[in-house]
Design a protein around this ligand. Structure first.
Ligand code: NGS
Length: 317
C-alpha cells in the first residue's frame, strides 16, 4: 500500500478513537464521588417508625452488622419461588419479630407491563429487605391507561398513599434495579439519598453528579417540602433531573453511600421512546415547583388489591 494512503488510514482511525472517547456518555462519569463514610452512617440515619406502629419485641434492632455486611446477593434469586410460610403480611408488609425496628420504609415502584421483571423483583427484594431488620411495605403503582408512561406522577401517587399510611421514609425504586449489597440499608438518611449510584449498566460508575433517579430515598417531610415531583413528564427522561432541581431550590443537598455499597444490577429491558420536550420542561422546572406536584396531583384510582407480596394500586392518569 502507498505510504501516504497508510498514513491517511492511521489518521482516520485515530480521529474515530478520539471522537468516540469525547462523545462517550461515560466521559463525565464519576468513578468516585463524595459519600458518607461508613462510620458516620449511624448518626446520619433518620430514625423513625410509622405512626400507629407497635412491636411486641423487647429489644431494639441493631444495624451495625447490616451496615458492615460485606457479602453480595446473587441475582439468581429472581428465578426462585418465594417460600411458603414466610412472615410477610398481605399487602407486602414485613416487620422483624425478634427486635423492635428503628426504621419504617415504604418502597414505591412505578410499573407497567413488565410482569416477569416484577415477579423477580418482588422475590429478590423481600429476601434483601428482610435481612435488614427494618419495617417496610412494597407498593406497586401501575399505570393502566395507554398514555405514555409517567414515572413521576406514579411516584407522587405512591408517596401520598404511603404518607397516609404513616410512613416516615419513602424509597422510590425502579422495578429493573436490584441492590447487590445487603449493607445498602433501605432506610432514610437526614439528607435525601441517591441509592443506585453504582449500576452494572454504567460499568459501576456514576454517569453524572446530579443524577437522582433509579433508586432514591427521601423522608416524607422532605418530599412534602418540595411539593413532590412534577406531574408533567409523560414519556422517558427528565423527571429525575427536575426532582434534583427541586432539591436545589429547597437547599437540600443529596448524599450517597460509598460506591462499593451502592452496587446495583439492572435487569435488561426494551428502551423507551424519549420524550422530545423534556429539555423544555426541565428549563422551567424551577418556576413550577409550587404549582406542579403533590398539590396539583389528579388521577383516578381504578383498584387497590392487597397481594401476598405487595400492595397493588392501579391508576388512570
Ligand atoms: C439523563 C435523563 C435522566 C435519566 C438519565 C439516566 O439523560 O432522566 O439520563 O438514564 N435526563 C434527560 O433526559 C433530561 S438511564 O440511562 O439510567 O436510563 O435518568
Amino acid at each position: 500500500m502507498h505510504y501516504s494512503c497508510q498514513k491517511r488510514i492511521i489518521y482516520c482511525v485515530l480521529a474515530i478513537i478520539v471522537l468516540f472517547i469525547l462523545l462517550h456518555p461515560n466521559l463525565n462519569a464519576r468513578r468516585t464521588y463524595e459519600f458518607i463514610d461508613k462510620a458516620d452512617i449511624p448518626v446520619n440515619l433518620y430514625v423513625k417508625i410509622s405512626e400507629n406502629f407497635t412491636s411486641s419485641a423487647l429489644i431494639q434492632c441493631d444495624y451495625h452488622d447490616v451496615l458492615y455486611d460485606d457479602t453480595s446477593l446473587s441475582i439468581s434469586i429472581i428465578d426462585e419461588d418465594f417460600s411458603e410460610g414466610h412472615k410477610i403480611k398481605d399487602g407486602g408488609e414485613y416487620c422483624p419479630t425478634d427486635c423492635k425496628p428503628k426504621f419504617s420504609s415504604a418502597i414505591i415502584v412505578p410499573y407497567r407491563d413488565r410482569a416477569e421483571q416484577l415477579r423477580g423483583f418482588l422475590v429478590y427484594m423481600h429476601m434483601f429487605l428482610q435481612q435488614q431488620n427494618i419495617h417496610y411495605r412494597i407498593y406497586i403503582i401501575e399505570q393502566v391507561d395507554s398514555n405514555p408512561f409517567n414515572r413521576a406522577k406514579l411516584l407522587n401517587i405512591g408517596a401520598l398513599t404511603a404518607i397516609r399510611a404513616g410512613y416516615p421514609c419513602l424509597i422510590f425504586h425502579d422495578v429493573d434495579l436490584l441492590p447487590l449489597k445487603p449493607a445498602n440499608l433501605y432506610a432514610c438518611t437526614k439528607c435525601p439519598r441517591h441509592l443506585s449510584s453504582s449500576i452494572n449498566k454504567f460499568r459501576f460508575v456514576l454517569p453524572y453528579l446530579n443524577l437522582y433517579g433509579g433508586a432514591i430515598a427521601m423522608t416524607t417531610e422532605q418530599y412534602k417540602l418540595i411539593n413532590g415531583m412534577s406531574n408533567r413528564y409523560y414519556g422517558w427522561g427528565g423527571e429525575d433531573d427536575d426532582l434534583y432541581a427541586r432539591l436545589e431550590i429547597a437547599k437540600l443537598k443529596l448524599c450517597r453511600f460509598e460506591p462499593q455499597t451502592s452496587k446495583y444490577h439492572m435487569l435488561p429491558h426494551k428502551t423507551h421512546p424519549k420524550r422530545l420536550r423534556r429539555q423544555h420542561l426541565l428549563k422551567f422546572a424551577r418556576t413550577r415547583i409550587h404549582k406542579d406536584g403533590l398539590n396539583s396531583l389528579q388521577y383516578t384510582e381504578v383498584a387497590t388489591v392487597l397481594h401476598p407480596l405487595f400492595t397493588h394500586i392501579m391508576v388512570d392518569l
